[in-house]
Design a protein around this ligand. Structure first.
Ligand SMILES: Cc1cc2nc3c(=O)[nH]c(=O)nc-3n(C[C@H](O)[C@H](O)[C@H](O)COP(=O)(O)O)c2cc1C
Length: 318
């Protein structure tokens, strides 16, 4: 069984990938998307979103990081995929799932789920440009407005030669409204030999079990669930191996948050230093009451000094 960390723009950057993969249980990461229009982008764009390219394309724990592209023009997408491969990306991922209006308006992301022929052209053009040894994966939703073309899209992705498909089990219309419809992936799983990874609304190990049963997929992708429980992948894998798992407690998780804060001190402008930590606490508080408490304590603090003092005080109390 493989567990993948979901790409999440503005949340899962290289720092977060390093922290989460250090906890364990994750087999693959995907970057935030690189938006491709009609240009071959300069290497600095790829390095900015995927600094791991400078260290062999993996996180410090050795987990490969695929570079995600978003666009609708086969030629420029293939050129940029070729560049990512040249720069050392261990794989390329294509985003056909993004629901954002501003992206869809420019013919990017989930709107292409209504155009399986174009998806076929994009995937096959990239596949024939990028070296064989660089895997190509695709990420989709069940559809744009409805699911009527889901199997056509999967067929296009498979016929065009992608190595892996991730399905977020909702349409664009569904947005992020629960539930995720894992069972709707099952027909694709039965019909195609292309490996499929199921994604959406896996918050705890029992969700992973149910998702695997309903979708028929061995492999899963975790996004918000892993942010709210950083040891979720490790927990799922440990149970899968038939062993008992002791869930990590808040004092064991908190140092990760503090590490993120220290990183922000170095990388963010002073008025933005608290942003990443508050954002992560927003997820962590779903699972740890102490995170909720800390979130309440720091949410109105603005200066790096105030934030650091509150975080240190919390650490001592914990
Ligand atoms: C804040 C946020 C940013 C996201 N950014 C991306 C992205 O850049 N590329 C992508 O393919 N999916 C993106 N997604 C979708 C996730 O990868 C995932 O499919 C979705 O969150 C459902 O999985 P989950 O329920 O495990 O979170 C994003 C989701 C969220 C909440």
């Amino acid at each position: 069984m493989q567990i993948h960390l979901a790409p999440m723009e503005g949340v899962v950057n290289a720092r977060m990938r390093a922290l989460l993969t250090a906890v364990g249980g994750i087999d693959r990461c995907i970057t935030e998307f690189v938006r491709v229009t009609d240009q071959l982008l300069p290497p600095k764009v790829f390095y900015r979103l995927c600094p791991e390219l400078l260290c062999g394309g993996t996180t410090p724990s050795g987990v490969p990081v695929y570079l995600q592209l978003l666009g609708s023009e086969p030629g420029p997408l293939a050129d940029n995929a070729g560049r990512a491969a040249e720069l050392g990306a261990p794989g390329i991922d294509l985003n056909f799932g993004c629901p954002a209006k501003c992206v869809n308006r420019h013919r990017g992301g989930s709107i292409l789920l209504d155009e399986p022929e174009l998806i076929y052209r994009i995937v096959s053009t990239i596949r024939s440009t990028v070296p064989k040894q660089t895997p190509l994966s695709v990420k989709i939703r069940l559809g744009y407005r409805d699911r009527s073309r889901f199997l056509e899209v999967v067929s296009a992705v498979a016929d065009a030669g992608a190595q892996l498909l991730t399905v977020h089990a909702r349409t664009r219309e569904d947005g992020y409204t629960p539930p995720a419809h894992w069972h709707e992936i099952a027909p694709a799983r039965r019909q195609f030999s292309l490996p499929i990874v199921a994604n959406g609304e896996i918050w705890q190990p029992t969700d992973a079990d149910q998702c695997r049963v309903d979708s028929g997929c061995e492999d899963i992708m975790l996004g918000r669930g892993l942010l709210s429980r950083p040891d979720l992948a490790l927990h799922i894998k440990t149970r899968e191996a038939g062993n008992t798992y002791r869930e990590r407690t808040w004092p064991e998780i908190y140092p990760l948050l503090y590490e993120l804060f220290l990183d922000s001190l170095e990388t963010c402008a002073p008025r933005h230093v608290g942003g990443p930590s508050k954002q992560w606490l927003g997820y962590l508080r779903r699972n740890y009451p102490e995170a909720q408490q800390l979130f309440e304590q720091i949410k109105r603090l603005r200066t790096p000094e105030d934030l650091q003092a509150a975080l240190l005080q919390h650490q001592q109390a914990a």
